[in-house]
Design a protein around this ligand. Structure first.
Ligand code: GDP
Length: 365
């Protein structure tokens, strides 16, 4: 499954945030086949629709979708030079599908900053530069090979060469490749390069507890937002320290705590939701008397592939899917009422599943 890696300089609040993730963790009983890796935290994806469906259908059990975060510790200046820990750090980043980059946006004299000052932009730069340098090395290696083949007028090589030559000068300026606008033709080539700085990134601005309700006036956050806009990245604000506490509360206490902080949604919920979308993920539901469940799929997947997420037999023997949107099901109150109103569709193998679809798969065994 897809995972988002948490990175950041030392002492910015990564472990605190990761602790919040593992404390909030998904109910293990629901996911018996989940892997156990201390660096991976699995959380449930918050979704009000799942609660509503549970109220409508009253199943024996409700199972939310899950999302995985990987804790990637150990970034150091000079990582791209391939020294020990640094090398390991880069190979871990290579394996994740998106990057959550935690940046310190809180002042606290008691907590040492590795570089002796709070400066989120310089921090971002320090890490991004290591990734940029690693990419530059990959691009140079690739250029050496591809430029030879391109001389033979090989079409693919010529196209790749053009892409590499578009990327290289940007990296040389110290900028991430994600800041480049690629054409639809170029995108698959870019994907095949497996660069680090094209991975989607989410900057997580870690602010002080007493500033979380008023982040608009936080200058550090403002700077991070301005920077993120230049490279098509997203920003969310959290207070990691508060999240660690929130993660241990039940729903009612959580609401009270959030109210006291002056925010509507916990930073962790925001993080999960944003990372989920960043990866192009969406949710469909199955809603039976036994179980109401949310399933994660990639936007653009067709019905048989989505059925295959539940079981490979569902994909192999796929016939059709009885489909109703969550909104319609909620409006009509039950599957049969939605059917009577003509809101339940019979979708075939070419149907592109939509976020919020409630589906019943028909298949041959
Ligand atoms: P890491 O090295 O990036 O994993 O950072 P840690 O999570 O270990 O945090 C470093 C220190 O900063 C710890 O003492 C945390 O309690 C503290 N810290 C983390 N988040 C916050 C925050 O939002 N506000 C304040 N004041 N301190 C924080």
């Amino acid at each position: 499954s897809l995972t988002a890696g948490i990175v950041g300089l030392p002492n910015v609040g990564k472990s605190t945030l990761f602790n919040a993730i593992t404390k909030a963790g998904a109910e293990a009983a629901n996911y018996p086949f989940a892997t156990i890796d201390p660096n991976v935290g699995m959380v449930e994806v918050p979704d009000y629709r799942l609660e509503e469906l549970t109220k409508l259908v009253k199943p024996k059990k409700t199972v939310p979708a899950t999302f995985e975060f990987t804790d990637i510790a150990g970034i150091v200046r000079g990582a791209s030079k391939g020294e020990g820990l640094g090398n390991k750090f880069l190979s871990h980043i290579r394996q994740v599908d998106a990057i959550c980059h935690v940046v310190r946006c809180f002042d606290d004299d008691n907590i040492t900053h590795v570089e002796g000052r709070v400066d989120p932009l310089a921090d971002i730069d320090t890490i991004n530069l290591e990734l940029v340098l690693a990419d530059l090395e990959s691009v140079d290696k690739r250029l050496a090979r591809v430029s030879k083949i391109a001389k033979t007028k090989d079409k693919e090589a010529v196209a790749e060469l053009a892409v590499l030559e578009k990327i290289k000068p940007v990296l040389e300026e110290g900028k991430s490749a994600r800041s480049i606008e690629f054409t639809d033709d170029e995108l698959p080539i870019v994907k095949g390069l497996f660069l680090l700085t094209t991975k989607p990134v989410l900057y997580v601005a870690n602010v002080a507890e007493d500033e979380i309700a008023d982040v608009e006036n936080n200058n550090y956050v403002k700077q991070v937002k301005e920077f993120a806009a230049t490279e098509n990245a997203e920003v969310i604000t959290v207070c990691a320290r508060a999240e660690e506490e929130i993660a241990e509360l039940d729903e009612d206490d959580k609401k009270d705590f959030l109210e006291a902080l002056g925010i509507e949604e916990s930073g962790l919920d925001k993080l999960i939701r944003t990372a989920y979308h960043l990866l192009g993920l969406a949710t469909y539901f199955t809603a039976g008397e036994q179980e109401v469940r949310a399933w994660t799929f990639k936007v653009g997947m067709k019905a048989p592939e989505c059925a295959g997420i539940i079981h490979t037999d569902f994909e192999r023997g796929f016939i059709r899917a009885e489909t109703v949107s969550f909104i319609d099901l909620k409006e009509y109150g039950s599957m049969s009422a939605a059917k009577d109103a003509g809101r339940v569709r019979l979708e075939g193998k070419d149907y592109v599943v939509q976020d919020g679809d409630v589906m019943l798969f028909r298949f041959n065994v």
